[in-house]
Design a protein around this ligand. Structure first.
Ligand code: PLP
Length: 410
């Protein structure tokens, strides 16, 4: 009989979104006359930009003719898209990359989850708490997380992000090999300043560590002095891999396209101390396990870099950020303490009187028919918070705020 990889047996059941759905469905069944508004979802709601739609139609037409048909593409992505990424997302910020350092993917989830394939099982790792769960779970699958005790993995260093430290994670006082950072952050909606990011790069340089920098929400940054890429920090190319996603930048959650940057300067060592370039092994992995993102998705991604495309995706981002502004203002006026939502589509809201996250979730569902995400679902440090997203429809956001106001009796 075949043996299972027992690391998978260690995974905790992913209760968060399943539990939310169960509770919401139970409520809807018991109260069929009530309209429930979800501010919990992390999915986008607005349609694709017209420039993207046009490019996709054209790509479909290409597939209909013998001359322009595209079968398997390069595993790393088409050169025209990799060049557009370098030109628009990096050179425009003074960062020089070779298109060979860009690996187009089918969204950031795959690569943030798979990147651990490149690193030895005995590496140590650090994550912020709260956290996007993929970073931890993929390392559990990879046999790196240790044992689960009291809500935490024994081999993982958790860097708590709380009101006390203004959501700035404390750099570990010991050596770790792998560090996961996500800015703008899901779920807290907080950003990192250049000088703080510089400290992480310095730490990684000093300890030969690798930073996995998830920039999935960089397009939501509004303040000019907040870094969009870790490569804005000198020498970061030696220590950081960066992940990007078009999901939230351009509404591609259903299209599937993103990219990962692995600079040629980034190295890791073998057990006997030999330095090896990481990018070549990622390339090798992708050629073995990934057959490329679809031609149609890549043409769609290319279109967001056209002048029309840029304007159109900015309009949608502005729409979501206006939602965030409305939500932030309304919740603050109700006396709630709100973080995030200024450079990110997420608001991290402190529950009143330290109400546990799940209890507040249930009370708000019952009292206002508004759904949020309990913060503790993202890690122990999320207890006492809820996450609210600005990806909903404007009218729903406004109505949800009016209902919460009434419910809280303000
Ligand atoms: N990284 C973070 C922090 C996310 O929140 C998400 C999606 O919600 C992803 C990555 C995955 O995005 P994609 O749709 O590109 O797989």
């Amino acid at each position: 009989m075949a043996h299972i990889n027992e690391e998978f047996l260690k995974l905790q059941k992913n209760y968060l979104f399943a539990d939310i759905a169960k509770k919401v469905n139970a409520y809807k069944t018991a109260h069929p006359d009530k309209k429930v508004i979800s501010l919990g979802i992390g999915d986008v709601t607005q349609p694709l930009a017209p420039a993207v739609i046009e490019a996709m139609h054209k790509a479909v037409d290409d597939m209909a003719t013998k001359e322009h048909f595209h079968g398997y593409g390069p595993e790393q992505g088409y050169l025209w898209l990799r060049e557009a990424i370098v030109k628009n997302d990096y050179e425009a910020r003074g960062i020089h990359l070779d298109p060979c350092e860009v690996f187009v993917n089918d969204g950031a989830k795959s690569d943030t989850g798979n990147i651990g394939d490149l690193l030895s099982q005995d590496n140590t790792m650090a994550v912020t708490d709260p956290i996007y769960p993929v970073y931890i779970d993929s390392n559990v699958m990879g046999g790196r997380a240790g044992v689960f005790e009291n809500g935490r993995w024994s081999n993982v260093t958790y860097m708590s992000c709380s009101e006390e430290n203004k959501f700035v994670p404390q750099i570990p006082d010991h050596r770790v090999d792998m560090v996961y950072l996500c800015y703008p952050n899901n779920p807290t909606g907080m950003v990192i300043a250049k000088d703080e990011l510089q400290k992480w790069v310095d730490y990684a340089l000093a300890h030969n560590a690798i930073i996995f920098y998830d920039a999935a929400y960089e397009a939501y940054i509004q303040d000019d002095d907040i870094p969009h890429s870790i490569y804005e920090i000198p020498n970061a190319k030696k220590v950081a891999i960066e992940f990007h996603s078009y999901s939230k930048t351009a509404g591609f959650t259903g299209i599937r396209c993103g990219y990962t940057i692995i600079p040629k300067e980034l190295t890791a060592t073998t057990k006997d101390g030999k330095c090896v370039e990481v990018a070549q092994y990622w390339d090798r992995r992708q050629c073995t396990k990934f057959n490329g993102t679809s031609y149609i998705s890549q043409r769609a991604a290319e279109a967001i870099y056209s002048s029309e495309g840029k304007k159109q995706i900015k309009q949608t981002i502005n729409y979501y950020m206006e939602n965030a502004r409305i939500l932030r203002k309304s919740l603050t006026e109700l006396g709630l303490t709100v973080y995030g939502g200024e450079n990110a589509p997420y608001l991290w809201v402190k529950t009143p009187a330290n109400t546990p996250s799940w209890k507040f979730f249930e009370e708000m569902l019952n009292g206002a028919q508004v759904v949020c995400t309990p913060g503790v679902g993202f890690g122990l440090a999320g207890e006492g918070f809820i996450r609210i997203t600005s990806f909903g429809d404007r009218n729903d956001c406004i109505e949800a705020m009016a209902r919460i106001k009434k419910w809280l009796n303000k």
